[in-house]
Each structure stands twice: as structure tokens, then as C-alpha cells.
Design a binder for this molecule. Structure first.
Ligand SMILES: Cc1ncc(COP(=O)(O)O)c(C=O)c1O
Length: 407
């Protein structure tokens, strides 16, 4: 082979350019700063364990026991029967009867997103995703070459979906409606009327609903009902995992529940066919799903109280900063404030300047599908209350300077 060819960089596939996951991409900038000796406060990734919240001991024991008992081999691709039965029983207890045959154990909600979108959307098809969105939806759509259509959620109305805008986006290519409720990045919880409106809209247009319910048990007022409780016949695929409400994100263990309607029969078969290709999700951890869904959940009430306190500190502190507005979150551990940016500035400029000046790492809203000039950014508020107050004091001082300099 000629040496000139050997010296050429190996090209990567074009889809990599389209693939973007800002929550982790932005870490490069933080690491560069750390290398120069600055302490970085990572408020970019929603991992409760990184902030000292502990995985419930009975879940850890279930995994250790499973490993010791030799459950270390491959599993059927849909998962062990006991875990699928536990998920089905949990759904029944929440008011949605479903057979364990409609449950597929996944490598986190993330794999559920990947399997569902691959099963439902062809190249050129359109998928309705909220703006702001959890960015894995658009990243997966980029790999499929399907098209995201962003429907607005409105900060002036508690970040609820704008149903008129949603209706205006439907085309003959629309296949799926993604609903993230409770929501990352906004912390919104949708009231029943809005949820009903979303289901009616999807039914009118023959869309499958992908209901991301990974934060259902983190809502501060108590668990939110599954979307399918409002219409058991609608084609709803519900996704969840051990990552958030069971404090075990590193285990990469979750589940998808495909609604009982026969309209989803082909999709169930398609998801299982695709799941065959990746063999199975982590085996010992599936035993922890049984422990999680049939055992003690008292940690969740404590977690919700801790989150509610941090959300209050977050909204109060941010709303006290001139130029920043923050809708108080009602679930999960994220807030999506907006800073009134000077003309010509972007959310990324602001977030990178904040990082450079204070070592505080947030994620710019355009990484979630917002317009850069809207000035939104996402904060993870899992740190302890004193640390959070210090963070917000630094954000206040930085923002005052930033806006004065620009003004
Ligand atoms: C809305 C949403 N969906 C899915 C995920 C991925 O979760 P998992 O760890 O279960 O893959 C996250 C993680 O932050 C999320 O916020």
C-alpha cells in the first residue's frame, strides 16, 4: 500500500456529525479547565450516586446474590421471567394491566429509546419530540436518519406542551409522539387534562406514544400515574429503569412496557427481534429489578423530600438573580432557567463563560433543542443544600458581571 494512503486519517461515518449529546460533549471543556488546575463543579449529569445518594442495600444484595448463585450467563433477550413479571405486577398495581409478554428488560431507558425508535421510524419518518428534549431522542433519530419535529413546551405555562403548536407539526410522515413526563430538563409534571390532550392528539393521527416515565417516582408530591392509566387501549410504550428512582444508574438496567392493544403486536415482535441482536441486558441486575419492584421503597419518599428541598433552593436563588428566570421544578433533579442574553450572545457563550469564571458546569439549552438566543441552561441540583447555595451565589455574581459587561 502506498505510504501516502497509510498516513491518511481513517474517515468516520457521516452520521457521527449528526449525532450530538451535549450533556457529555461539554465535559471536554471542563476537563481542559481542570487540567489547568481549576476545580470544576459538575452540574451536568443527573447521577444521584455521584452526589452521595446511595443505592438501596437490598438491591445491591440482590445483585451480589445473583452473581454468587451463578446468574452470570446470557439470558433470553427479553429478560428473566421473574423481572418481567415484577414489572407487569408493578404496572397492574399502578392501574395498567399488562402481560409479562409485553415487557422487555433493557440496558436502561436509553436502550428502550433506541429499540423503540428503531422499531417504529424509518429513514425520512418524523418523530415529535418536546423542546426542550432529553437529547438521546434526537441523537438516536440522527443515526436512523429520521427527522425530529420539536413541539414547544412553554416556560410561561410551567413548561407544559403547547398543543396548538404540536397539531401544526403533523405530516403524513409522522409516526411517533415522544412524551417525557415528569420531564428532564424542565422538571415539569403534566396535569391529567394535558396528558389526555396528548393521547387524543396521538390517537387522532394514528401515532404511537413513547412515554418516558423514568422520573415517575421522583415527583415531589408523590409518584405520577402512568400515562396508560388514562387510556388502556392507546398504543403507548412506557419506558423506565433503575437509574433514577432506584438510585442505580451505573447498572444500566431498565424495562419497556408495550401496551396491551393488539395494534402494538407487530411492534412487540419488532422490538424483540431487534433485542435478539444485542443478546440481553445485564443479567445479575435483572434480579435487582425484582427486589426493587417487590421490596421496600421507603428510600423514595426520603429522596423526594431531599429533591423538593433542593428544587426550592434552586428556584428561589435563581429567581433572585436579576436577568434570570426559573420555573420551579416539580419532579426529578433538573431546572431549566433562562438568562436574558444581550443581543448576539448564545446560551453556549454564557455557559462556557460561567464555566471559565467559576468552574460551574451546566449544559446550554440548545443542547436540548432550544434556540441559542433564548438563553436557557440546565442545572442538576443534586448537590447538598449548602453546596447549592454556594453555587447559586457564584452564578449570581458571575451573571451580574456578564450582563453588565455586555450592557
Ligand atoms: C428523560 C430521560 N430518559 C432517559 C434517560 C436515560 O436513563 P437510563 O439511565 O435509564 O438509560 C435519562 C437520563 O438522564 C432521562 O433523563
Amino acid at each position: 500500500m502506498p505510504t501516502s494512503r497509510l498516513a491518511q486519517p481513517i474517515p468516520v461515518a457521516a452520521r457521527v456529525d449528526r449525532f450530538s449529546y451535549a450533556i457529555r460533549n461539554i465535559v471536554v471543556a471542563a476537563q481542559a479547565l481542570e487540567a489547568r488546575g481549576t476545580r470544576v463543579r459538575y452540574l451536568n449529569i443527573g447521577d444521584p450516586v455521584a452526589f452521595g445518594f446511595q443505592t438501596p442495600p437490598h438491591l445491591v444484595e440482590a445483585v451480589v446474590r445473583a452473581m454468587r448463585e451463578g446468574h452470570n450467563g446470557y439470558l433470553p433477550s427479553a429478560g428473566i421471567v421473574e423481572a418481567r413479571e415484577a414489572v407487569a405486577a408493578d404496572c397492574a398495581a399502578r392501574g395498567v394491566g399488562v402481560s409479562p409478554d409485553r415487557v422487555v428488560m433493557t440496558t436502561g431507558t436509553s436502550e428502550g429509546i433506541d429499540l423503540a425508535l428503531n422499531a417504529l421510524a424509518d429513514e425520512g419518518d418524523e418523530v415529535l419530540v418536546p423542546s426542550p428534549t432529553y437529547p438521546l431522542y434526537t441523537a438516536v433519530l440522527a443515526t436512523i436518519n429520521a427527522r425530529p419535529r420539536y413541539y414547544r413546551t412553554d416556560p410561561n405555562h410551567d413548561w407544559l406542551p403547547d398543543l396548538d403548536h404540536l397539531r401544526s407539526l403533523v405530516t403524513p410522515r409522522t409516526r411517533v409522539l415522544v412524551v417525557i413526563d415528569p420531564n428532564n430538563p424542565t422538571g415539569a409534571v403534566y396535569p391529567p387534562a394535558v396528558r389526555r390532550g396528548l393521547i387524543e392528539f396521538a390517537e387522532r393521527h394514528g401515532l404511537t406514544i413513547l412515554a418516558d416515565e423514568v422520573y415517575a417516582d421522583t415527583a415531589f408530591d408523590g409518584p405520577t400515574p402512568l400515562l396508560a392509566t388514562l387510556d388502556r387501549d392507546a398504543p403507548i410504550i412506557s419506558l423506565s429503569s433503575l437509574s433514577k428512582a432506584y438510585l442505580a444508574p451505573g447498572w444500566r438496567t431498565g424495562w419497556m412496557v408495550l401496551g396491551a392493544t393488539p395494534r402494538l403486536d407487530n411492534v412487540v415482535a419488532a422490538v424483540k427481534k431487534l433485542a435478539d441482536g444485542r443478546l440481553c441486558s445485564p443479567a445479575p441486575m435483572q434480579h435487582a429489578v425484582v427486589a426493587a419492584l417487590t421490596g421496600d421503597r421507603s428510600h423514595q419518599a426520603r429522596f423526594r423530600r431531599a429533591l423538593a428541598e433542593r428544587a426550592r433552593i434552586t428556584a428561589d436563588s435563581l429567581n433572585a438573580i436579576p436577568g434570570i428566570r426559573c420555573v420551579p421544578p416539580r419532579a426529578a433533579f433538573y431546572a431549566m432557567p433562562a438568562v436574558s442574553l444581550p443581543p448576539g450572545c448564545t446560551d453556549e457563550d454564557y455557559v462556557l463563560a460561567l464555566l471559565g469564571a467559576t468552574g460551574i458546569l451546566c449544559v446550554y439549552g440548545s443542547g436540548f433543542g432550544m434556540r441559542p438566543e433564548e438563553g436557557t441552561f440546565r442545572i442538576v441540583f443534586l448537590a447538598d443544600p449548602d453546596e447549592l447555595r454556594a453555587v447559586y451565589a457564584d452564578i449570581a455574581a458571575f451573571t451580574r458581571n456578564y450582563l453588565e459587561r455586555a450592557g
